[in-house]
Design a protein around this ligand. Structure first.
Ligand SMILES: [Mn+2]
Length: 318
């Protein structure tokens, strides 16, 4: 079992680096911090390297003292674990840490995972990497504490959209029940993660709704966000998170696409589908990836050409 081989590498290593994907979300951060807390109980020297600062919505997460934004390349690590990362590009600048390490591990649940490490634990049936880390912690015989449980709960709750998405399974709920048994304050976390919105984000939602386009008989929604819009209302990058769901939530919409302009000719594209379109395969065609109902990619070029290409690809599967 690959789990046993990963645990053996962990047992043998003294210094360990953990790398969540760029623009780390609740699962990437929660899984990484939970694993860091767990490994610290084994007296390991652990650092979680991030591409950017922790988004303010996740600033309450325990274990963040183990995390730092990547700056100067650190000394070589014996063991590096990439979490929630579908391919090497999603490590951003931190690929330098990964490539230099003696031993590399990839723990993920994306259908488009490229199995880029020496050991790959990719479980696409897991709703979140948080589930996989929970199972590893149990296998290692580490006692869960409230801090680990809180991080893992945030990982699972966010990747399942609050236990609403199709990736939610009986195991998801069994694990979550155990996490709650270990002290997770469900109401408090739900408040912090799902029911707190900054004022600039609310204003950005208004802009997103204003310029949303519905195409293909109302089955396809497009939302555009530009640098200019963010600036005009004092919003920041993390305020774009989840905006794509506004389109998907509209009755009759199957696919929602958020196009986020960055600089002159670069666009970050988020895809969501409601019930039958596999958006990971569409993102994959544009060198991105993700899950069947949630995926993304970054493209360069002329926005109208990009948009027309996407409309054509999606029309075929609607
Ligand atoms: Mn995930």
């Amino acid at each position: 079992m690959v789990e046993n081989r990963i645990i053996k590498l962990i047992n043998e290593a003294e210094r360990i680096a953990i790398l969540p994907h760029v623009s780390a979300d609740g699962d990437a951060l929660g899984s990484s911090l939970a694993l860091a807390i767990a490994l610290r109980t084994m007296d390991k020297v652990v650092t979680v390297y991030l591409e950017e600062e922790i988004p303010s919505i996740y600033s309450f997460l325990p274990g963040r003292e183990s995390a730092q934004v990547y700056g100067e390349k650190p000394d070589k690590y014996e063991l590096v674990l990439a979490l929630d990362t579908g391919d090497l590009e999603r490590l951003g600048r931190r690929i330098a840490i990964f490539e230099e390490a003696d031993k590399t591990v990839n723990i993920d649940h994306h259908t488009t995972n490229t199995e880029f490490a020496r050991l790959n634990l990719v479980k696409v049936s897991s709703s979140a990497v948080g589930e996989i880390i929970y199972q590893l912690i149990k296998m290692m015989g580490i006692a869960l504490d409230k801090d680990m449980a809180t991080c893992l709960y945030v990982a699972i709750a966010t990747d399942t959209g609050g236990f609403r998405y199709s990736n939610t399974t009986p195991i998801t709920h069994q694990i979550s029940a155990d996490l709650i048994n270990n002290g997770v304050d469900v109401a408090n976390i739900s408040q912090l993660v799902f029911e707190t919105t900054s004022l600039p984000k609310v204003k950005l939602m208004g802009k997103a709704i204003d310029n949303m386009e519905l195409l293909e008989n109302g089955k396809l929604a497009f939302i555009y966000i530009t640098d200019e819009m963010l600036k005009s209302i004092g919003a920041v990058e993390e305020d774009c998170d989840g905006l794509v769901n506004i389109g998907r939530n509209i009755e009759g919409v199957e696919v929602s696409i958020l196009i986020r302009q960055r600089g002159d000719d670069e666009y970050k594209i988020n895809f969501r589908s409601k019930s039958y379109v596999d958006v990971s395969s569409i993102a994959n065609r544009h060198s991105g990836g993700g899950h069947v109902r949630a995926a993304g990619c970054t493209v360069k070029g002329d926005i109208n050409e990009i948009k027309n290409a996407l409309i054509k690809e999606i029309r075929e599967v609607l």
